[in-house]
Design a protein around this ligand. Structure first.
Ligand SMILES: NC(=O)c1ccc[n+]([C@@H]2O[C@H](COP(=O)([O-])OP(=O)(O)OC[C@H]3O[C@@H](n4cnc5c(N)ncnc54)[C@H](OP(=O)(O)O)[C@@H]3O)[C@@H](O)[C@H]2O)c1
Length: 132
């Protein structure tokens, strides 16, 4: 894949699968916005990837999702690809896990994805239009 000139937002990019995806995309030429909560880890990883930026955000929060997309576009000029890898699943006995644990998981994995994509959508559409 040649991704030179493309901008990608990767959530959950401070470690694990998200970080591996961010590294691979950067190696293919993309500029990557690494998003997660751990500011220090993000800065450290972004410094290793050419053109990458770090955005610390708790993606369970609606306003933070929109802000992460806005900051990506403000600093990198566009947004072409969105990857949602942020996740944190509380594990435990089914009968012991309360609603809060379930709500927390959905706030990040489901609503985080929906809110980020909603904010990213106009930029992704604009990117497609430019390609055509
Ligand atoms: N690993 C597997 O075998 C596997 C298999 C199937 C599905 N999955 C799913 O794939 C996703 C990634 O898995 P992984 O193994 O890469 O997990 P991981 O190593 O625990 O990484 C999770 C990432 O999500 C970020 N994150 C967690 N809570 C967040 C929040 N509130 N706001 C923003 N970012 C947050 C973490 O960064 P911070 O802590 O810095 O915020 C981290 O960057 C998860 O949804 C997981 O359930 C994983």
């Amino acid at each position: 894949m040649a991704l030179t000139g493309k901008v990608v937002l990767v959530s959950g990019a401070s470690r694990g699968i998200g970080l591996a995806i961010a590294r691979r995309l950067a190696a293919s030429g993309a500029q990557v916005a690494l998003v997660a909560r751990s500011a220090e880890a993000l800065q450290e990883e972004a410094a290793k990837l050419r053109g990458a930026i770090a955005i610390a955000a708790d993606l369970r929060d609606a306003a933070s999702c929109a802000a992460a997309v806005e900051e990506t576009v403000a600093r990198l000029g566009r947004l072409d690809i969105f990857v949602h890898s942020a996740g944190a699943t509380q594990r435990g006995d089914f009968l012991a896990l309360g609603d809060e644990a379930w709500e927390d998981g959905y706030a990040l994995k489901l609503f985080g994805a929906v809110r980020l994509l909603r904010a990213a959508w106009p930029h992704l559409v604009a990117s497609r239009a430019m390609r055509c």
